[in-house]
Unconditional design. Structure first.
Length: 161
């Protein structure tokens, strides 16, 4: 079911992504609308499948937080499948996306320390089929709407009768 979303829906979704437990009254104040409107909009977004569920996100300790790199790989076209299978074996790779453009694969790589990250990046660049790589070290995360450690969202419970 397709649901057209207006600016208010987008603002509501952004607030829920920031804090899904935010009280309806607080959301209403921030958006300048009635609480009943917030409740109705949330219910409509849930019914339409725009909001599929809610999850708890565990905080990462600041001290000892992993270091991250964004990595783009160019891969020989005949070896993409084999290269992807090999990349799956790296526990440091948190996300692997195929992309169009100058590079073929985009990775998010995490390691406990910079030295471990450096070693993982060297090993990734040496995977057969990888013709070149470009890495950028992440300095800070300003916001993340899809937390890496979040468990899959649980389905919504039916409304009590």
């Amino acid at each position: 079911m397709s649901l057209s979303r207006d600016t208010l829906d987008r603002k509501l979704i952004a607030l829920l992504q920031t804090n899904a437990r935010m009280p309806t009254a607080q959301i209403a104040r921030r958006l300048g609308i009635a609480r009943s409107t917030v409740h109705e909009r949330i219910a409509r977004l849930e019914r339409a499948g725009v909001i599929a569920g809610y999850t708890a996100v565990l905080a990462k300790p600041i001290e000892g937080a992993p270091v991250r790199a964004l990595v783009m790989l160019a891969v020989e076209q005949q070896q993409v499948r084999q290269t992807l299978k090999r990349l799956e074996t790296f526990p440091e790779i948190r996300t692997c996306l195929t992309i169009a453009g100058e590079f073929d694969i985009f990775l998010v790589v995490e390691a406990p320390q910079l030295e471990d990250l450096d070693e993982a990046l060297d090993d990734i660049a040496a995977v057969p089929g990888v013709t070149r790589s470009r890495s950028s070290i992440v300095l800070a995360s300003k916001f993340d709407r899809q937390p890496a450690q979040a468990a899959p969202a649980l389905p919504l419970a039916p409304d009590p009768v």
